[in-house]
Every structure is written in structure tokens, then in C-alpha cells.
Design a protein around this ligand. Structure first.
Ligand SMILES: Cc1cc2nc3c(=O)[nH]c(=O)nc-3n(C[C@H](O)[C@H](O)[C@H](O)COP(=O)(O)OP(=O)(O)OC[C@H]3O[C@@H](n4cnc5c(N)ncnc54)[C@H](O)[C@@H]3O)c2cc1C
Length: 431
């Protein structure tokens, strides 16, 4: 029989590596299997990485990890055809160590994290596809890979194989995701000298900003476009629910091209040289789509468990935390030599006690409410742009009359009660 490990991790993204590192550091015999050429080669992120959750796994990681820029400003644009209502927050408290979050390139970051994992004693096998879990008497006991003699055995298998998670589906933990449970996102990296980025985005040397764009950035579909600053690159992308792309028959790359040509966006990226293009799914089903999370000898973490908070564009942190919790569950289970469903239910309890499930629960109705009420993106955002434009025009019309017209723009074709009802729906979905 093949060598038996304490744990097998499927997928060397941030979730899998967080799990693998935590177990290897605790002295467990761990193998992580990645289908890509190297960790980071298949992973896509905008990408804002959150310091606190990574610090809980590798304290002070930010002193040595390959990071792009600390984020000191988060902007939100509610975009019309040729305009944007803008808001956001810039805080110099984020410009000093240990910082709040950073932009990263997953290609570099995941390789660094994988190196730490290997240094901690973990085994990494790249370019190997896990085809299925090996199940004996209802218990997951290992995995079958596409290599000759490629069966591996362990007390526990952690599935951190990303959004599609075919392995969890094969175990009956979830059905195939519906088109309104996943978003399709595309993004580009555009090269630009550091000084130019700082000049155009009004940034101090080395600091970064994020811009989240709603409304015309996704042609009124439920989703967002984004612009993030890296050291010498700008990441620009957009993502919308697959159901919406299908319904509107829009190709994602056409949408990205539209964003890049938008008169408010274009001056920021003008002259930048495209160097990488990515497309990837994002789990957007939220709380109500969370699959079965554990069974006899198996746990599911990260995107594979639908752990993405789309409202706050957080996924990597939920992935890292869930990977760590899964690892800590295995470390605890090893003390008693018990890995059945009851022993692994500790994972469920840790998740439900943490921000991971609490945040997903808080926004459980957000994207469904937006999808069911296309007016939020199609009407209210363009209307708020027209209203603002109206309020700022100075041509002798009285402010009273301007305000009246601005309100008419927003309520256009709606009763006052309808407006109040819509505000209430948003409030309910977000609180
Ligand atoms: C365009 C875009 C922008 C985003 N922006 C942000 C952001 O700014 N901030 C943020 O926090 N999150 C963001 N996210 C979400 C974030 O990228 C994910 O939540 C995060 O990558 C999840 O990590 P993971 O390790 O669970 O999955 P992944 O990173 O997808 O890793 C899964 C790994 O499993 C491997 N794998 C899959 N199947 C198998 C198999 N059968 N055998 C072996 N290996 C396998 C894959 O190759 C992959 O390496 C963004 C996502 C996209 C697409």
C-alpha cells in the first residue's frame, strides 16, 4: 500500500497552503497536490490580500512576502455613461506598518507561501490532478491522481480545489453551481511606471488605492468593475453573475473593453501596456450556497466552500482562515486519533463562531436582492448621476428648482412608496 499521510490537501491556492502550512508547522506529515505547474500559476485575484488573516498564519509575513502596495484608500464609483458619483475613504493610518491590506500578484505570492510550507516540512506535488477521493466504507481515506500508481492515503483530505470543486460535488456535498451562484470575472494587468501610477492616482510613493465601480462599469448588470494599483502595474477587471452575462448575451472581454474605454476610466490607464489577461469564476452564492463542509475524513475550504464575501470583495481572507481552521481541526483530531464526521465537526463550529460565516450570513440576500431588482443598477445609479449633475449646474435656476428636478430624476416613474420600498430592500440586504 502507498505511503499514508496525516493529511492530503488538494489545491495549492491560499486556502490549501494556509491549511498545509499550519499542519506542517505543527509537525504533521502533509502532502499538498496542485494541478498547476507551480502554486500561483492557475490562481486569479484582483488582488487585495488582507494582512490580519495571513498574520494569524505566519506572523509578520508582510516583512518578507512579495507584496505590491499597501492600500491607503478605497474608492467607490457609481458610474453613469459619462460620469461617476464618487465616494470612499483615505486613511494615513493604513500607510504605516503593519498596514491593513496589500495588493499582490498571486503568481508571486502563492509561490512564496508554498516555499514557506515546504520549509515547514510539507510535501508539494505540482502538475498533478486529483481525479477523485478514495472512499472506503463511507469514509474518505485518500485521493486518486492522474499519475501512474498515483493513489495517496491519509487520515484526512482537505479539499481546497477552488470554485468548481468537482471533488466535493462527486462526494455529493453540493450540486453543480447554478449560473446565479457564480460570477465570471476577467482582468488585465497593465504596465505603467511607478511614478506615473502615483501621479495619476494621487498617491504617496509606494502607497496604493482601490476603486470599485458599480453601474455602467458592468453595463447595469449585478457585479463590479475594479481598478487596483500595484508597484508598476494596474489591475483592471470586471465580473458579473454568469446568469446576467447569459441573459444580456455579453461577452466578458467586451465588457472589460467597454470599462477601459469609459471616459472616466480611460485617462487613468492611458498609455499603459497590457501584459497579462485572466478569466476566472468567483463563487457568489453566499451563505445559502454553502455546501456540506465536512464528512468522515474530509473537509472543504476556501472557494470550494463558496467562502467569498462579494460585497466587500473578500475571498482570500475567508480562504486563509477556513484553511487554518481545517488544519487546526486535523491537529486536534490527531491527538485522539479520530477523524470521523463527529470529530471533524469542530471545523464547522470554528467557522460558525468566526467572521467567515457571520459575514456571509449578514449579506446572504445581497446579490439575490440586486438580481431580483435590476433597478438598483439600471435606474438608481444613472439617476443619481443625473441628479448630482443637476445639483451642480449653475445657470440661474434656483436651488429649490434644481433640487426638485434632481428628486424627479431619481423617482422617475416611481411612486414615493415604491422608492421607500426600494431603499428598505437595500437596507435589509446590507444590514
Ligand atoms: C478577478 C478576481 C478578482 C478577485 N479579487 C479579490 C480580491 O481583491 N481580494 C480577495 O480577497 N479575493 C479576491 N478574489 C477571490 C479570490 O481570488 C479567491 O477567493 C481565492 O483565490 C480563493 O483561494 P482558494 O485557495 O480557495 O482557491 P484558488 O486560489 O482557486 O486555488 C485552488 C487551487 O486548486 C487547484 N486545483 C483545482 N482542482 C484541482 C485538482 N483536481 N487537483 C489538483 N489541484 C487542483 C487549482 O489549480 C488552484 O491552484 C478575486 C477573484 C477573481 C476571479
Amino acid at each position: 500500500m502507498a505511503e499514508k499521510f496525516d493529511a492530503i490537501v488538494v489545491g495549492a491556492g491560499v486556502s490549501g497552503l494556509a491549511a498545509g502550512y499550519t499542519m506542517a508547522k505543527a509537525g504533521l506529515n502533509v502532502v499538498t497536490i496542485e494541478r498547476g505547474q507551480y502554486p500561483g500559476s492557475k490562481n486569479v485575484m484582483g488582488g487585495v490580500l488582507y494582512r490580519h488573516m495571513m498574520d494569524e498564519i505566519i506572523p509578520d509575513f508582510w516583512k518578507e512576502a512579495p507584496l505590491e502596495r499597501p492600500i491607503i484608500e478605497q474608492r467607490f464609483w457609481f458610474m453613469g455613461r459619462e460620469s461617476a458619483v464618487q465616494t470612499g475613504y483615505k486613511g494615513m493610518e493604513w500607510a504605516t506598518p503593519p498596514y491593513n491590506n496589500f495588493t499582490v500578484f498571486r503568481g508571486k505570492f502563492d509561490q512564496w507561501l508554498a516555499k514557506k510550507y515546504v520549509e515547514a516540512g510539507g510535501l508539494l506535488i505540482n502538475e498533478t490532478v486529483v481525479e477523485d477521493c478514495i472512499v472506503e466504507n463511507g469514509k474518505v481515506v485518500g485521493v486518486r491522481t492522474d499519475r501512474p500508481d498515483g493513489d495517496l492515503y491519509a487520515d484526512v483530505v482537505i479539499l481546497a480545489d477552488g470554485v468548481n470543486s468537482i471533488l466535493a460535488r462527486n462526494l455529493g456535498f453540493h450540486q453543480e453551481w447554478k449560473p446565479n451562484q457564480v460570477a465570471l470575472a476577467v482582468m488585465e494587468e497593465l504596465k505603467m511606471p511607478a511614478e506615473k501610477i502615483e501621479e495619476r492616482f494621487n498617491l504617496n510613493k509606494g502607497m496604493g488605492t482601490t476603486i470599485e465601480i458599480f453601474g455602467d462599469g458592468t453595463l447595469g448588470m449585478v457585479g463590479t468593475a475594479f481598478i487596483y494599483t500595484n508597484k508598476e502595474h494596474i489591475s483592471i477587471g470586471c465580473g458579473t453573475l454568469l446568469s446576467q452575462l447569459r441573459e444580456k448575451r455579453i461577452k466578458p472581454y467586451e465588457l472589460l473593453e467597454y470599462v477601459k474605454q469609459h471616459p472616466i476610466v480611460k485617462p487613468l490607464i492611458d498609455g499603459a501596456e497590457p501584459c497579462e489577461y485572466y478569466a476566472h469564476l468567483i463563487p457568489e452564492g453566499g451563505y445559502d450556497s454553502i455546501p456540506k463542509l465536512y464528512g468522515d475524513g474530509v473537509m472543504v475550504a476556501g472557494d470550494a466552500a463558496q467562502f467569498v464575501n462579494g460585497i466587500h470583495r473578500e475571498g482570500s481572507n475567508l480562504g486563509m482562515t477556513s484553511g487554518r481552521f481545517a488544519a487546526e481541526t486535523v491537529i486536534f483530531a490527531k491527538k485522539y486519533g479520530e477523524y470521523d464526521e463527529r470529530a471533524l465537526s469542530r471545523y464547522h463550529d470554528m467557522l460558525y463562531d468566526s467572521y467567515v460565516i457571520k459575514d456571509l450570513k449578514k449579506y446572504r440576500n445581497a446579490s439575490h436582492t440586486m438580481e431580483a431588482n435590476p433597478d438598483f443598477f439600471n435606474h438608481y445609479i444613472p439617476a443619481s448621476n443625473m441628479a448630482m449633475s443637476e445639483m451642480f449646474i449653475v445657470d440661474g435656476k434656483s436651488k429649490y428648482d434644481r433640487q426638485k428636478t434632481a428628486i424627479e430624476r431619481i423617482t422617475e416613474g416611481r411612486s414615493k412608496i415604491g422608492l421607500v420600498r426600494d431603499i428598505f430592500k437595500v437596507w435589509r440586504a446590507m444590514t
